[in-house]
Design a protein. Structure first.
Length: 324
């Protein structure tokens, strides 16, 4: 892995770009102390000199515990005051991740003209009007007193027939008893398959002595691979909706429709709807769908009820007038 020479700036005279390994500022003679930070220029070249490489690999510089100046890893005593190395600490060795590429700044749109602002205002006003209209039509309710004028009911029975249908499924999904018509190969799914690895530079290691070492990782490399399977077109017998039998009336004695099953038919789902017929004090007809037959029968003809009515005319709640 490549090792490159870093730089540091003198905090005393302001000289910039001093070679990382130098422990003395060439401008003012100040010693490099422990608070000085190293940095790696973008154009820093790789060190190829063997002696320089050996020095870089010796380890981090250490700072004197008495006078605070930096000393090279190969030095046992402080150059300034002669204190033993054991009395000081060493510079931190750390990995600095590469910064991700910056996203381009969003393009600012040109200021809206007066006409554009007016158009935006009109558009927002329309949205508000639509929202208020939906609220009024769907959610807003008012109370009315309604009189029961009668009842209505409807009952139906779905009738299904066992018939031949044509379907398509993947070959492993074809049900038993299916009769194949044709098959073709199609893309079933796309998988990511690792085809190897690649060495990727992920950052640099501050060696603590004015040099930086490139850090690499082995990262997997993937490629997309299409997985093909057979799609089968086939015939099979299934129960399908065929017709329905219905019965309706306006009395309180609902009945199920009478019907006869024909060849290869069966009875399907049964449904029932119970409506209370009403009129307002102005004579406007309304109706309310009761949740079940038992509740439906409790609303007596000629009696008045309070109703919560939406703008659409739909009744959301119906209760006896005396309970309000």
């Amino acid at each position: 892995m490549a090792i490159r020479e870093g730089k540091w700036d003198c905090p005393y005279c302001g000289m910039k770009g001093i070679r990382g390994p130098e422990t003395v500022c060439p401008g003012c003679g100040a010693k490099r102390d422990k608070d000085v930070k190293f940095y790696l220029p973008e154009d820093a070249k790789e060190i190829t000199d063997e002696e320089e490489l050996a020095s870089a690999r010796e380890g981090p510089d250490w700072h004197c515990g008495f006078c605070g100046v930096d000393n090279k890893a190969s030095e046992d005593k402080c150059k300034r005051c002669g204190a033993a190395r054991s009395d000081g600490g060493h510079r931190e060795v750390k990995v600095i991740p590469d910064q991700p590429a910056e996203k381009p700044a969003p393009v600012k749109s040109a200021p809206a003209s007066k006409g554009g602002k007016a158009g935006l205002f009109i558009f927002l006003a329309i949205l508000v009007a639509i929202g208020l209209g939906l609220y009024f039509f769907v959610f807003r309710t008012h109370t009315e007193t309604l009189e029961v004028t009668g009842h209505a009911w409807e009952r139906s029975v779905a009738i299904e027939k066992f018939k031949t249908v044509t379907e398509e499924k993947w070959e492993h999904e074809v049900p038993k008893g299916a009769r194949e018509i044709s098959r073709r190969e199609e893309v079933f799914k796309v998988e990511k398959i690792q085809k190897g690895t690649e060495r990727v530079k992920t950052g640099v290691k501050d060696l603590g002595n004015g040099r930086f070492e490139d850090v690499y990782e082995d990262k997997p490399v993937y490629e997309e691979q299409k997985v093909y399977k057979k799609k089968v077109k086939f015939e099979i017998e299934r129960w399908q909706p065929e017709r329905s039998a219905k019965a309706s009336g306006q009395d309180l004695e609902p009945k199920w429709p009478e019907f006869q099953l024909r060849g290869q038919e069966r009875e399907g789902q049964r449904t029932e709807v119970y409506k209370v017929l009403l009129k307002s004090s102005e004579g406007e007809a309304r109706n309310w769908v009761a949740p079940n037959e038992q509740t439906w029968k409790t609303y007596q003809k000629g009696q008045s009820y309070h109703a919560e009515v939406r703008a659409s005319g739909e009744i959301s709640e119906l209760k006896p007038a005396e309970s309000s």
